[in-house]
Design a protein around this ligand. Structure first.
Ligand code: NAG
Ligand code: NAG
Length: 341
């Protein structure tokens, strides 16, 4: 009874307070059909011994060279067609729209965390408050998207095609008038590759320096483990080619830089927002040439200074190299010294 008497009070209070920006968000499922050749990924991961051997191969000094080739054996001769029902969150009603692609060992929660006090970290709400609509999604294999095969489906060029399909969705079904792609880390590579194929109005890259020279400390420091044995309750349904970090501290090493973060945020990320990535994703990215010079849209590269995967822990003196990569862009701006990992 008390509850019923309280409802009008809550209703009045809700009207008096400004609505949180997220009120205008809804979770949706978007079927996307892609047709691209697939790499033949030869890595076969059954247990953490295999993962440790692969980590060694991917991080040794001459990785990717003749003595230690990528675990790939060419490509399928024909395109392979697949339809994936992508789990997404759409906020706003169109107009200028941001399409967000998260990185590996992340999910779309990266952009819109939901722990108490997370407002200051909520990129989606900040963007909505500035008048943008926002489409964020889980990459195939992640979170609310289908648990695709880790070798044959979860590949870079397939994910680029998925993003292109989502941009088409934004323009044709979600009333987007302009589209900017925003990526984090692996999602920055996906966003860049999409922007070489389709017309977009802006490209924002974070966790990105344009070089893989400093990839080894990231791969080694991640302390990769097979996700389904690492956490059967969360990930028991994934095949054994899905990998995650060994523990909270490995994850803190690759994503956060002390003293510029709250431990509770790293704990939330590890326990809630992080999702495994698929082993097919890395060699397919490394084997793809992205024609950065074809990108015409304005580009913003926004970097925490102490990023491990992009810069080996110090972006100053590395991210300036992006001006030699985006030679066709109308504008390139970079920020290399935000106090963050
Ligand atoms: C690592 O590379 C060696 C050859 O140098 C190869 O025999 C082995 O299968 C590779 N391991 C994995 C897990 O890819
Ligand atoms: C970036 O900055 C570093 C350090 O100042 C310098 O050595 C390097 O040549 C610069 N790279 C480019 C492409 O300008």
């Amino acid at each position: 009874m008390l509850f019923h008497r309280l409802i009008p009070i809550f209703a009045a209070a809700a009207q008096a307070l400004p609505q949180p920006a997220s009120a205008n968000c809804r979770d949706i499922q978007i079927p996307i059909t892609v047709s691209t050749p697939r790499f033949i990924v030869t890595a076969s991961l059954q247990d953490d011994w295999d993962v440790t051997a692969l980590t060694f191969n991917l991080t040794r000094r001459d990785s990717g060279k003749a003595a230690d080739p990528l675990p790939l054996n060419g490509q399928t001769s024909a395109s392979i067609k697949s339809t994936y029902t992508v789990g997404a969150t759409l906020c706003g009603n169109g107009g200028p729209t941001l399409v967000l692609t998260h990185g590996i060992i992340e999910s779309k929660l990266y952009w819109r965390p939901n722990f108490p006090g997370s407002e200051q970290y909520n990129f989606v709400d900040a963007a909505i408050a500035q008048g943008y609509s926002v489409l964020s999604y889980d990459r195939i294999g992640v979170g609310s998207s289908p648990k695709v095969n880790s070798l044959t489906d979860a590949q870079f060029q397939v994910e680029v095609a998925v993003l292109e399909g989502l941009v088409n969705y934004a323009k044709t079904k979600a009333h987007a008038t302009k589209v900017a792609l925003i990526g984090h880390s692996y999602g920055s590579y996906i966003s860049s590759a999409a922007a070489t194929h389709i017309e977009v109005d802006g490209l924002v890259l974070t966790g990105f320096s344009g070089t893989f020279d400093y990839f080894a400390p990231f791969v080694a420091g991640t302390n990769l483990r097979i996700a389904r044995s690492q956490n059967p309750v969360r990930w028991g349904k994934l095949d054994s080619g899905y990998l995650t970090t060994s523990d909270l501290y490995a994850e803190a090493y690759i994503y956060y830089a002390a003293p510029y973060f709250e431990h509770s945020v790293a704990e939330y990320t590890f326990n809630v927002a992080s999702e495994p990535f698929a082993i097919g994703e890395l060699p397919s990215l490394l084997a793809t040439t992205i024609e950065y010079e074809d990108i015409k849209a304005p580009v913003l590269v926004l970097q925490g200074q102490f990023d491990v995967s992009a810069c080996g822990g110090n972006c100053v003196g590395v991210v300036n190299g992006t001006k030699d990569i985006f030679t066709g862009a109308k504008v390139l701006k970079y920020v290399d010294n935000l106090p963050a990992g």
